[in-house]
Design a binder for this molecule. Structure first.
Ligand code: AMP
Length: 215
């Protein structure tokens, strides 16, 4: 199974990706998480990406495409993969089409998780992440068992720099301008399924499963 999760930042793609990765036993490729890992290790790529990310801008296509190219040819992707946060621009989608064509592995579905901007702004205000393992939480919708601590590795949870209100608004503008056109791109390929992303995590999960034809 090869899936793309499409949707605005904060629409809940990461949470649904965690569920789908277990369901299909395939890796999730989150370009945002990969960049954050590079930033925490202070690599050259991390330093380049951080400047864009902190401002709520997209990292240039060339950097993202190279990263994905080397990731999808790794062994754990041979039974499929879930893309979370990639592609984010038409050139990225076109580059992905070329890469997958060369590997002879088409995308099966593109799940478009729909949530209105106002709700996203509200949601992001409560979102926290684990700086150590990347797990994400929400103060109201998905609280950790011990307040402020990661369930998986007990590290102190933090708010992402780019989840702060001003940056969120900027990221939503960038989404509408550069990523939203992908909805029609994949609808045109007959691969798009729309899912209402408003509601409890489990409700959205059930809608995603139904859209993918999973019992
Ligand atoms: P995310 O965790 O997916 O919301 O990504 C966080 C930030 O990483 C984004 O706001 C971008 O700055 C950068 N980023 C992640 N994925 C991409 C991508 N596919 N193209 C460009 N920038 C990206």
């Amino acid at each position: 199974m090869r899936l793309i999760l499409l949707g605005a930042p904060g629409a809940g793609k990461g949470t649904q990706a965690e569920m789908l990765t277990k369901l299909y036993d395939i890796p999730c490729i989150s370009t945002g998480n990969i960049f954050r890992e590079h930033i925490s290790k202070n690599t050259e790529l991390g330093q380049k990406a951080k400047a864009y990310m902190d401002e709520g801008k997209l990292v240039p296509d060339s950097l993202v495409i190279e990263l994905v190219k080397s990731r999808i040819t790794q062994d754990d992707c041979k039974n499929g993969m879930i893309f979370d946060g990639f592609p984010r621009t038409i050139p990225q989608a076109e580059a992905l089409d070329v890469m997958l064509k060369e590997l002879n592995i088409p995308i099966d579905f593109v799940v478009n998780v729909e949530v209105a901007d106002e709700l996203i702004i509200e949601r992001m205000a409560g979102r926290t992440v684990c700086p150590s393992c990347g797990a994400s939480y929400h103060k109201v919708n998905k609280p950790s068992k011990v307040s402020g601590k990661c369930d998986l590795c007990s590290a102190d949870l933090i708010q992402r720099e780019d989840d702060k209100a001003e940056t969120v608004k900027k990221r939503l503008d960038v989404y509408h301008e550069q990523t939203e056109p992908l909805i029609e791109y994949y609808r045109g390929q007959g691969k798009l399924v729309d899912v209402d992303g408003v509601g409890a995590v489990e409700e959205v999960r059930d809608r995603v499963k139904t859209a993918l034809g999973v019992k």
